[in-house]
Write a protein that binds this ligand. Sequence first.
Ligand code: 2AM
Length: 556
Amino acid sequence: LASVVSASQAAVAAPPASAAALKLTILYGSHTGRSEGIAQKLAGVLEQKSISATVAAMDDYNPKQLEKEENVLIVVSTHGEGEPPEMAEDFHRFVTGKRAPKLPNLKFSVLALGDRSYKLFCKTGLDIDHALKKAGATELFPIVTCDVDYEDDANTWIEAVLEKLATSQPGTAALAPAATSENQAVIYNQKNPFRAAVIDKVKITGRDSDKEVYHVELDLAGSGIAYQPGDSLGVLADNPPALVDQIIETLKLNPEQNVAIKKTEFPLRVALRHQVEITLITRDVIQKYAEKTANAKVAEIVENDALLDQYLWGHDILDLLVEFPAELTAQELIDLLRPLPPRLYSISSSQEAVGDEVHITVATVRYQNKGRDREGAASTYLADRIEIDGEVPVYIERNPSFRLPENEETPIIMVGAGTGIAPFRAFVQHSEQQKRSGKSWLFFGERTFHSDFLYQIEWQKFLKKGVLNKIDLAFSRDQEQKIYVQHRLAEQQKEIFEWLQNGASFYLCGDMKQMAKDVQKTLLEIIQTQGGLTEEQARDYFKKLKKEKRFQADVY
Ligand code: 2AM
């Protein structure tokens, strides 16, 4: 839904006459709510400057309107292998397509969100930037591309765009870069996290499970932090000390030697423990390593997509250093690595139910490859390196695209596999507090009933109280053949379709690569069969669900 932040609502002095005349549209498109968050922040800053902007999701915006626009600011992410996020698909196709109109009167700027670990970094943003220039539009400020640690770059872009709007529009010259209000409450974010004490940490998978999942409760008292069901918790973890030591030993470096990261000095050991990513390897690191070492074998990995894909799984920085030895100074090593990004966990509590606490559900990542034990950074940080009463640096990452329906009578269908159950615990807790009247139905999939039925007792209580109306379980390893959540959906297809026809919203959370794809495929089949539709009609039905925000996914 397009929302207009009106200048008249701003509690500031009347705008200069020409400021009111500035026509400005902010468009966002992303897979998570990140781009929307940035777009809304930008609109908020503009509002303080008495400039009203129309903010719209790309899939709510008719791109033919571009011809009538004067200033357009675009915040868009890239997804997977260079693809636009679904919400941006039509917009991207339109502006990059053959029939795109000329836009000589348009001024624009693009903020592209991406992940450098993928080959086609920020491709969607770059495509749109290129297409608009080709259409004759003028850039207000050159495109800014951001990696996973996007906050600084996004803020730089916001400030630059504000300044440009001021100078390109005589009469609004009073516009200055956003000043942060001093009497505002402290805002916790990636750069300035809140140190939340661990209240409780319980392993919720059984002794026989191959998995190790923890329920972690953190204390937000005194922070003023508010979150909503569907939001994520950003955790600023540290790296496994054993891996840090092995890297230092392999390169025969002095752990106490200082290295600089963005002008701040740290002893090497501290930098490797807290500042840079070492448990994963990304394409740009391999590329930089190839350049630095002039090693043809490493270069081959970067150039060959199949080899690269193979290498990106199950390898870390130490593998590179051991398999393709090179002499590096401490600073050279650090310069190869990227900042340690926060890890986002879907919040598994409702603040209305738990007050000053926030709960997360953490699957510990441990596996073996090439004869060496490997660990995920954040999950083992929470499982092994943080005790009860210890403090975890956290912040809230809003997810406006994963929200309970506004209408409290709307029925909800929730499908979660593994720790994908987390946000649904928050949804159901919230429904109980709000005395939500809409029916609810949960599908949950894990390996075994005996050891992996996460929050079993809670679901049983919710069922008994009628806060949850139905539950269907898919334990994949309790029998010969695999049973997954989508099989349960298919079994219940008549009723699922009835729920959808009655206006239900469908939520999906869990693994993106396989589960999410398979569930969506099954849902499409259900719509087609039960609705007596053609494949194309079923796709349109599904598209409409998405457009009405009645299909929402939180996948990772
Ligand atoms: P598996 O590990 O036995 O294959 C949470 O990880 C649950 O999701 C597990 O039961 C897992 O089953 C299951 N799972 C794995 N692949 C899946 C897929 N493509 N679709 C749905 N569930 C899947």
